[in-house]
Structures are given as C-alpha cells and as structure tokens.
Design a protein around this ligand. Structure first.
Ligand code: SF4
Length: 438
C-alpha cells in the first residue's frame, strides 16, 4: 500500500513539474514515505532523516515525512527532528504540492507561516471521504508490468495490537467507477497484472457493489492477464469471493490470509473476531474449491500474556495448514492501541525471539517441502525483471506467487509470459528452463 501511495504522490509531483532522483544530493524535495506498524521502522526513519539533515544546508531543499508514521507521531516528529519541514498523513497527499509551494513561499518571505513559527508544516487530519479519486500514479516511474489500485483505505477492525485504524482512519471503498477507470488505464498502458489493495480488501463494499463483483469486473478488462489482491480479512471471506477466484482464470490462485495466532484465547485478546476452527474451515473451503491454491499468512508471536501452550498452537497450525510462506513477527507495543492502553506487554524479549526463531525454522522447512514438490512441473511465469543476484537471469512469478528464476533467452524479458519447466528449488525460489514463450 505504501508503494501505491508513493506512486500516487510521485504522479502528483510529476504533473507539477518534478522529476525523480534517488540521489538525495540532487533533490530539491526529499520525502520519506513511512510505515508505523512496528517501532523499529519508525526508529529507522528517524535515523535516515537525521542523515538527510545535511541536505538542508543546500538552499531551498524541503524534507518531508509522509504516511502512517507522520499520522502516528504528528508534531512529535517536528520536536525530535526539527529539520523536517513537512509532515503529511495518509489522507493529506492531495495537498502535497500545495504544501511544498507554501513552504517555499514562506522561505522567500512572500507569505507568513500559518503554522507554529520555526516548526514544520503538518497536515495529519484524517478524512473519512478521501479515496484519491481521479489521481493517477506516476506510471512512467513504475515497472510497467504490475499496477496497484487502492480499492479501500483505512480499517474498521481495531485489532487490539494494531495502529492502522488510528493512522489510516476508518474504512472506505474507492467508487467502482474509479477502480475500473484506473484498471482500464493500466491495461491501455500495457500493464499485465493488477493488484487490488486494501487493509481488509475483501470487506470492500461501495453501495451495493461487493468485492466479488469488483474482482469479476476488473477481470473482464481486456489486456489485464493477472488479477491479485491483498490482504483479505478471514472473517469477511464470502463464498461468493471464493467462487469468483475459482471460476476466473485471470484471478490468481494465491491468497494471503493473515492468521496471527492459532490460540482462540490469544485471537480473542487480539480481537481478531474468528476462532482457529473458523480459519481452518476457510482454508478448507479455499482448497476445496481450488486444490492448487497457495495460501500465505502473517504470524505474530509474543502477544500480551501469550503462554507456552498458546504459542505451541501456532506451530501446530503451521504443520496442519502448511502455508506456502509467512511473514513472521514478534509483538511490539504500539502507542495508542488498545493493547498498549490496557494489556501489559508481558512476554520477555528473549522468549519472543526464541518463539520467532522456532516458527521461522518450521516455516522454512514447510516452504522448502512445498517448493521441492514443484520439481518437474510446468508453470506459467510472468517475468518481472532481471534477477538481482545474476544479470544473466530473469525473475518472475507463477500464478501462485512463487518466485521463479530462469536463464536469459530470446523472448524472455520483463512483461513476457513464459512456460517454465521447474528443475530446482530452494525454500524461497524455484529455478527452471523456459519450455515455451507463451
Ligand atoms: S484488520 Fe486488524 S491487523 Fe489488519 S489493519 Fe485492520 S486493525 Fe490492523
């Protein structure tokens, strides 16, 4: 979602005459788009922004922090990093260019500052209606293969550990006309794949249009070959959505379904709204409708008062559900959440880290087994770009989102679909030879 927001901000800046550089020393405007989901990410932003302080020595340079950390910390950012000129939350991007121009006019003495004298400008008002309708991303700055469309902003679930409802505000769906406009524009620009984004993407509803309706409508657009979405909320996974995925070849057979914990007591403390049995039932329904579907997940260990027995349920769930892959984290308290206000963070750090190491080791083993079972199969792969490790190889993904590396060959390049015979696997990547250019 941050990538999509960054592309949208780049689009606005591009239309205002800015060009992009990745070298801070050449930039007139330096923006850090941030995440607040973990404290570590925020600390890293402060470290990065302090390194940018020297850029401020050049006349006219504007430094800004945007995104969830801006919303979460607001003026605390300006207190701790006084060289920051601009703090913009996730609902303030529409005014980004205007704010930069205002700062520049203040510096020239053309206007008096409207904000606290000597401090940066802050725009962190949440807006229940903002869906950024009409604002296109800077496509010339993306890979030209995968386009992101934010179909929903904010979240109404209020899981006790999570800061997102406070940083991104309440849930709202982008009107279907806007989603389809963006999807058609991506198809016309030659994009092959579109990813629909939302904090709880399958909770999407706009008037009487459901997520399943929207998925089907996007899949009908000529030119788009693969439709993905992330992240669905387990409780809102309707049979209609399962049917939509199962019945349309363009909708990829991969679902990222965050489990977090497999203990009903922990799930209740997290206020996730489902039990492990319900989650397992959903996995069975997905696999019943699509035997080859890949399911990935998020797992969180060390949540408040998590006992050893409660932790063990996660390991058992990994064995039972055999996720393709998982994002795995230790709980860290986030200011402003229900957990931070009411639930002491009781699990010692060394216990959290040991539990994390255990689930990572088990997941690596399971992923390795699943990837190993792909040997000998033929998979259609969308090539996304050159391999990072070896310039003589290309990298792409299967329909199930598994990473595949193939040797460079005529016709193999970014945006190409190729059929690959899988010949080797690690626990993160498949390797093969191109059997056919699709
Ligand atoms: S569903 Fe829960 S974890 Fe996900 S964004 Fe919303 S509050 Fe956070």
């Amino acid at each position: 979602m941050n990538v999509a927001d960054t592309d949208m901000a780049l689009g606005m800046l591009h239309r205002a005459g800015y060009g992009r550089t990745d070298e801070p020393a050449r930039a007139d405007l330096i923006l850090l788009n941030t995440c607040a989901i973990r404290e570590k990410a925020e600390e890293r932003v402060f470290a990065r922004v302090s390194m940018l302080a020297e850029e401020k020595a050049r006349p006219g340079v504007v430094v800004g922090i945007t995104g969830c950390m801006a919303e979460h910390l607001k003026e605390k950012i300006l207190d701790r990093a006084p060289y920051v000129d601009l703090v913009i939350g996730p609902d303030g991007y529409r005014r980004l260019v205007e704010h930069v121009a205002e700062i520049q006019r203040e510096r020239q003495g053309a206007i008096l500052p409207k904000h606290r004298p000597g401090a940066g400008l802050k725009d962190t008002t949440l807006d229940r209606a903002e869906t950024y309708e009409g604002l296109d991303a800077a496509r010339e700055m993306t890979d030209g293969i995968t386009g992101h469309i934010t179909i929903q902003r904010g979240c109404d679930k209020f899981c006790t550990f999570c800061v997102v409802p406070y940083t991104r505000g309440r849930e709202r769906g982008t009107p279907p006309r806007e989603v389809l406009r963006q999807a058609r524009a991506l198809a016309a620009a030659g994009y092959k794949q579109v990813q629909l984004l939302g904090q709880t993407v399958n909770s999407y509803r706009h008037e009487d249009v459901t997520f399943a309706d929207l998925l089907r409508a996007v899949a009908r657009i000529d030119g788009l070959e693969r439709i993905r979405f992330t992240s669905p909320y387990p409780l809102d996974f309707s049979d209609d959505v399962i049917q939509a995925i199962a019945s349309d070849a363009k909708i990829c057979k991969h679902v990222h379904l965050p489990l977090q914990s497999a203990s009903d007591a922990v799930l209740a403390r997290m206020r996730r709204g489902y039990t492990y049995a319900q989650f397992r039932g959903l996995v069975a329904a997905l696999r019943g409708a699509m035997p080859d579907i890949a399911i990935t997940t998020d797992l969180l260990v060390g949540f408040c008062d998590e006992t050893e027995d409660e932790f063990q349920t996660i390991l058992r769930a990994q064995e039972e559900l055999r996720f393709d892959a998982a994002f795995m984290f230790v709980y860290s308290e986030r200011e402003g959440t229900t957990a931070a206000r009411k639930m002491p963070d009781t699990v010692p750090e060394d216990v959290k880290q040991r539990r994390l190491a255990e689930i990572i080791a088990l997941q690596h083993k399971i992923t390795g087994e699943i990837y190993g079972a792909q040997l000998g199969r033929r998979e259609r792969v969308l090539i996304e770009g050159a391999s990072k490790r070896n310039g003589a190889e290309f990298f792409g993904r299967t329909d199930a989102f598994r990473a595949v590396v193939v040797p460079a060959a005529p016709g193999v390049g970014p945006g190409a679909f190729v059929d690959v015979a899988i010949e080797r696997a690690t626990n993160a990547t498949l390797f093969g030879r191109v059997a056919r250019i699709a």
